[in-house]
Design a protein. Structure first.
Length: 434
């Protein structure tokens, strides 16, 4: 490294930012991505880029809610268990048939659930209120049916258009596609949909000490877990991760890997952002664009880098530099990376879903930072309770695995005590994904 490059770093002023300030600065560099046509199932979790207009009613025709007989209600107004009214059976209608025979005051059509109501009929009487079973068992004629109860006009008929009116927007632009929306779109015959495309996120780990998963173990080295935990998080929140692998702490290695990363919508690196680091990252990034090194008032994950890099095609690509420690990288990603991905996907909910819980042990805050303590939330007598996972060192990745939430002690409090209500960011809340 030449001295001029090394000196570069000293021009960066280190600002101490709140989590909110850091988030605001980061989000200002992201925009909703363009739309793409996606096969329906693959659009799960994406956002609809245009209104979905129903081409026809659902259900398409008035149809039966029960297995039974389509009749005119007036013809059985006097019917009772003791004095059934006998009607002539003019046919049988299954779901998918288009009935043509007309039901008259003295007649009925046998009908199955979902089958269209025949002309003339105004109600359906279920099998249970007829003598069909007795007739069948006694070998009686099935050309007639005895109805044993009066029915209201319209009963057990599901009207056309009850679910969806043809010509209307069944789902509006901006809707997030959950399994139910995917089903609604399929019910209208869509097999693809116009959705905001998924962001491509390039992920690069840096460090001479790193081994790639699958490599032979070598003493003194550690496996790169950040690539995987961050790529998995990107996938979980709807992005398309591209793991670039490991850049070594030298200029050529960094430059080669970075060039690949610049094809993405976001580049995420880990490590090399803290003070006193052997920080090739800073120098290389500063050459290729603008990069700020921040101290964020949070624990873990105080050091953070954010900037924009100039791609060869002139595009500017946001770059988020996470701290190297595995827990710090994940916690910072949850605050900043997740929000950026959701914004690019056209989604709201940029803050993690939070719940209130009763704290079962203290969280200490020794230096005025917002503490995100790895916590286990359980429900007891209808209330959420949070205990911590133990040692909170930011290198202990298994503590993230034990946790289902991050319990927050605000930066302006020296501690959150046992019994106090604490806010917990949930790590495995289902609505966090869609
Ligand atoms: P650094 O920011 O380079 O000082 O790294 C901080 C700590 O995180 C060091 O103990 C690194 O070995 C560790 N670390 C950095 N990158 C990774 C990675 N990709 N996977 C696991 N640990 C890492
Ligand atoms: Mg390092």
């Amino acid at each position: 490294m030449n001295p001029r490059e090394h000196g570069h770093r000293h021009h960066h002023r280190e600002a101490m930012l709140s989590v909110e300030e850091a988030l605001e600065r980061i989000l200002a560099q992201f925009h909703v991505l363009d739309a793409e046509r996606v096969p329906l199932l693959e659009a799960l979790g994406q956002v609809l880029a245009e209104d979905a207009i129903a081409a026809h009613d659902i259900p398409p025709l008035d149809n039966s809610a029960m297995d039974g007989y389509a009749i005119q209600a007036a013809s059985v107004s006097a019917a009772s268990e003791d004095a059934p009214v006998t009607l002539e059976v003019i046919g049988s209608i299954a779901a998918g048939d288009l009935p043509t025979h007309t039901v008259t005051p003295g007649s009925a059509a046998r009908i199955m659930t979902g089958a269209p109501i025949p002309p003339g009929a105004d109600s359906v009487v279920p099998f249970e209120e007829t003598d069909e079973i007795e007739r069948r068992e006694s070998g009686g004629s099935m050309d007639e049916i005895g109805v044993k109860a009066a029915v209201r006009e319209g009963s057990d008929i599901r009207p056309a258009g009850q679910d969806v009116r043809g010509g209307t927007a069944v789902l509006a632009k901006g809707a997030t596609l959950r399994p139910s929306e995917i089903g609604v779109l399929a019910s209208l015959g869509f097999d693809s949909v116009s959705a905001v495309r998924r962001p491509h996120v390039a992920i690069l780990s840096t460090g001479d000490e790193l081994l790639e998963a699958g490599d032979d173990y070598a003493a003194g080295m550690i496996y790169d877990s950040n690539s995987y935990s961050i790529a998995a998080s990107v996938l979980r929140y709807g992005g398309v991760p591209k793991m670039l692998g490991i850049a070594r702490d030298n200029l050529d290695s960094m430059n080669a890997k970075l060039r690949e990363g610049l094809r993405a919508d976001l580049l995420i690196t880990s490590a090399g952002v803290s003070k006193g680091d052997y920080d090739m990252v800073k120098d290389v990034l500063a050459q290729r664009g603008e990069i700020d090194f921040w101290s964020v008032r949070m624990r873990p994950a105080k050091p953070l880098a954010f900037g924009t890099l100039r791609a060869d095609d002139g595009r500017s690509v946001p770059h988020l530099g996470l701290p190297g420690n595995p827990v710090s990288a994940m916690v910072a990603f949850e605050q900043f990376g997740r929000a950026a991905i959701r914004k690019m996907m056209g989604k709201g909910g940029l803050l993690k879903p939070r719940i209130s819980a009763v704290l079962e042990e203290p969280i200490y805050n020794t230096d005025g930072r917002r503490v995100y303590a790895r916590a286990v939330v359980t429900k007891k007598n209808g209330a959420y309770h949070a205990r911590l996972t133990g040692n909170q060192s930011s290198n202990l990745l298994t503590s993230m695995s034990s946790a289902n939430g991050l319990a927050v002690c605000p930066e302006d409090l020296p501690m959150k005590d046992t019994g106090e209500i604490v806010e917990v960011q949930m790590l495995d809340w289902s609505e966090d994904v869609f």
